[in-house]
Design a protein around this ligand. Structure first.
Ligand SMILES: Nc1nc2c(ncn2[C@@H]2O[C@H](COP(=O)(O)OP(=O)(O)OP(=O)(O)O)[C@@H](O)[C@H]2O)c(=O)[nH]1
Length: 686
């Protein structure tokens, strides 16, 4: 099988560029690099993407560097020749990415491994984790051992890719297995020294950007300097976390030395997308670029966190995460940012001038550079003269700036052991710099789980005041990692949602699945539903927070109930959902049940009927009631008790008495005498 090279005229003409840092160029700032100083294409350092066919190499390159959406990669065609992607014009990092076809054959005579591996900074080997990876491991072994023999300075990076399809446990198990087998294979041929780094990646989340960031950072000789600059910047400005991002690729080329938590990183990545998208829509059309000197964005989240993005160079931006109260000192942050920006420019100026001088530092710089520092990595003293003017909140404003500038350019020692920190990594604790050993000894947190110290370079996760190694942050029941999962504290331990639900949560009566804590649910009559499962029996739509009517075992929204089941008012014939009155086996809206005579509502009032029609007392009395032969008022039956009836006449009971002596005749014998009624005594007197 023969391999074609993407640009045949360049094949075999590559200059020897040694390991990556040498002649490492940057897409510099406008004034930063002369045209003739940028590395020519054939001497640019390169990153190789290798792996079996369809492992995802081209997708990675397209998603990270060309903003292709992950779904579009489904339509990528197989690569059949080496594809060289030159990023020098569009990205901060001035390198080429070579995407190799999956079927690359090292034994083909046209495969010039000397030429390919000599100028390589990093070799990324992509393994499809959703596939059987035995063949991939064989190819990995063949590739890295061959490359190592040509250039032992290459960084070998293994992307265990497409992990979006795997469960968390499966991911960890796959990583462990790949790690074990790959290293065993190398040990078998005596290549124990060859170091492989492993990353779990997917183009469907931020993991691919994070992994690429790590790959690129390892190739940056300026990394310690940039980290220190960011440390100083954040500690003097009340910022919690800051990333220096390449805007095109969303690779962060440096961050301060506090642990990177994925959530902050993802927030910052999302912010960059928002800024670029909005600039593309509303930015000045004539400039063409979505990102320029004026680029600046502030996003206030609803949890009192602020994200602050500012342009540093044509390709780089700082994205900071800070609390709202710290952002009140925006003037201070901006002033310190200004110092930081100047320092970053100067750091890269050094690289550019060094390049122009053919690899020698120029005279003006050697006088202020310590002899031990690399020409590409100015030590702390180089930038101290710039960042020395950064000020802390307590020192703000004005006059103290100069004092600080003076003192910081004098000494820069570890607070504990007093050893010089120039050119070394350090960590700020309460604004005091500590060397790494002192930091680990005095300030590193103890893991709540294993009780060991969490060293400065271990990934640390914390919940309230408990700190954990990343690998100790697990569910105490099923042991799964909780790094990217919601969890609930249970006494001293943490449990994942699934375990928690199995034990404590209620089940939805509709679907019989667990109602996850924190999810929206509905409880009624001691039963629980997922919000979406509580649907109207009629229209089958979720009822949500609306009123509903239970009917036997079913529930209906009001419109469905009215349309299908509700009884109809005997008067207006409209549905009656609730309330109402029943009269003579028929239902009525309260407002429809009125006196047949005067139309006043009768609900809650005494009423009587004449035939089928209801009447209020007043109307009934006027229209139909008999008059009492005693008092001549109506006998209504309401409140006036029983009445007595004799022949054509009626009396209220109290009125039924002897017309002469007024003795009550109720229950006694009486004698009608024309209009009168008499007791037996008065009758015999006659
Ligand atoms: N699920 C998932 N699919 C991915 C991921 N990355 C790439 N793919 C898919 O994998 C398939 C192959 O991707 P390519 O980028 O063409 O693979 P390649 O390694 O360049 O293949 P060759 O050019 O043949 O060597 C495509 O359908 C991609 O959509 C990932 O992170 N997750």
């Amino acid at each position: 099988m023969s391999i074609q090279y993407g640009e045949p005229d360049m094949a075999g003409s590559y200059g020897v560029v040694d390991s990556f840092p040498k002649d490492f160029g940057y897409g510099g700032d406008e004034a930063g690099i002369d045209d003739d100083s940028s590395a020519s294409a054939d001497t640019q350092p390169r990153i190789l993407l290798m792996g079996l066919r369809r492992s995802g190499k081209s997708s990675i390159q397209k998603v990270v560097f060309h903003k292709m959406s992950p779904n579009e990669t489904l339509f990528l065609e197989s690569t059949n020749k080496i594809h060289k992607d030159d990023l020098s014009g569009s990205s901060f990092v001035n390198f080429q990415i070579w995407d190799f076809p999956g079927q690359v054959d090292f034994f083909d005579p046209t495969f010039d491994d000397e030429m390919i591996f000599t100028g390589t900074g990093a070799l990324i080997f992509v393994i499809d984790a959703q596939d059987d990876y035995v063949e991939a491991l064989g190819r990995l072994h063949g590739t890295v051992s061959r490359a190592y023999r040509v250039n032992p300075h290459i960084n070998f990076e293994v992307f265990i890719h497409k992990v979006d399809g795997l469960s968390d446990d499966h991911k960890i198990e796959t990583q462990r297995d790949v790690y074990q087998r790959a290293n065993d294979d190398l040990a078998d041929v005596g290549l124990e020294k060859l170091h492989l780094s492993f990353y779990l990646t997917s183009i469907y989340d931020h993991s691919i950007f994070e992994a690429f960031s790590k790959v690129v950072q390892k190739l940056l000789p300026q990394l310690p300097t940039l980290e220190n600059l960011l440390n100083i910047f954040i500690s003097h400005s009340g910022i919690e976390k800051a990333f220096l991002f390449d805007m095109v690729s969303k690779i962060y080329i440096a961050t301060d030395s506090s642990a990177v938590d994925m959530q902050s990183y993802e927030l910052c990545c999302d912010m960059i997308d928002v800024v670029i998208d909005i600039s593309c829509i509303y930015g000045p059309i004539e400039d063409g670029g979505a990102y320029d000197k004026e680029s600046l964005a502030i996003i206030k989240l609803n949890n009192t966190t602020v994200l602050y993005l500012k342009e540093v160079t044509r390709f780089l931006a700082v994205v900071c995460v800070l609390r709202e109260e710290s952002f009140e000192r925006k003037g201070l942050i901006d002033y310190n940012f200004h110092c930081f920006r100047k320092a970053v420019h100067e750091v890269f100026e050094v690289g550019c001038r060094t390049q122009r001088n053919g690899g020698r530092p120029d005279d003006s710089l050697t006088s202020s550079t310590s002899t031990s520092s690399s020409t590409h990595a100015p030590n702390h003293r180089n930038y101290a003269s710039h960042n020395g003017s950064m000020i802390s909140p307590a020192d703000y404003p004005e006059e103290t700036r100069h004092e600080l500038a003076a003192t910081m350019s004098d000494r820069f020692d570890c607070k504990e052991c007093s050893e010089s920190l120039y050119g070394r990594k350090y960590i700020q604790v309460e604004q005091q710099p500590h060397c790494i050993p002192c930091y680990d000894r005095l300030h590193a947190n103890t893991c709540h789980q294993c009780k060991d110290l969490i060293g400065h370079n271990a990934r640390e996760l914390f919940y309230e005041d408990r700190h954990y190694h990343e690998h100790c942050f697990r569910c105490f029941r099923c042991e799964r990692s909780l790094a990217d999962e919601p969890f609930t504290p249970q006494g001293e331990g943490l449990v994942c949602n699934e375990c928690y639900c199995n034990e404590f949560s209620s089940k939805c009566v509709a679907c019989d699945r667990t109602v996850m804590p924190g999810s929206r649910k509905l409880e009624y009559a001691g039963t629980t539903w997922h919000e979406d499962c509580f649907v109207c029996q009629g229209c089958e739509k979720p009822i949500g927070g609306q009123a509903f009517i239970p009917d036997k075992e079913a529930y209906y929204c009001v419109p469905c109930y009215e349309a299908r089941l509700a009884p109809r008012c005997s008067h207006c014939k409209k549905a009656l959902a609730k309330g109402g009155v029943t009269y003579q086996d028929e239902v009525w809206h309260k407002e429809c049940f009125v006196c047949t005579g005067c139309k006043t509502p009768l609900a809650g009032q005494p009423f009587t009927s004449q035939g089928d029609s209801p009447y209020c007392v007043k109307c009934f009395s006027t229209l139909y009631a008999q008059k009492c032969a005693g008092c001549n008022t109506a006998i209504t039956g309401f409140g006036d008790g029983k009445y007595v009836s004799f022949q054509e006449r009626q009396w209220h009971q109290p009125c039924f008495k002897c017309s002469r002596c007024s003795v009550s005749l109720v229950g006694a014998g009486f004698f009608p005498d024309r209009d009168q009624i008499l007791c037996s005594d008065c009758n015999s007197d006659e």
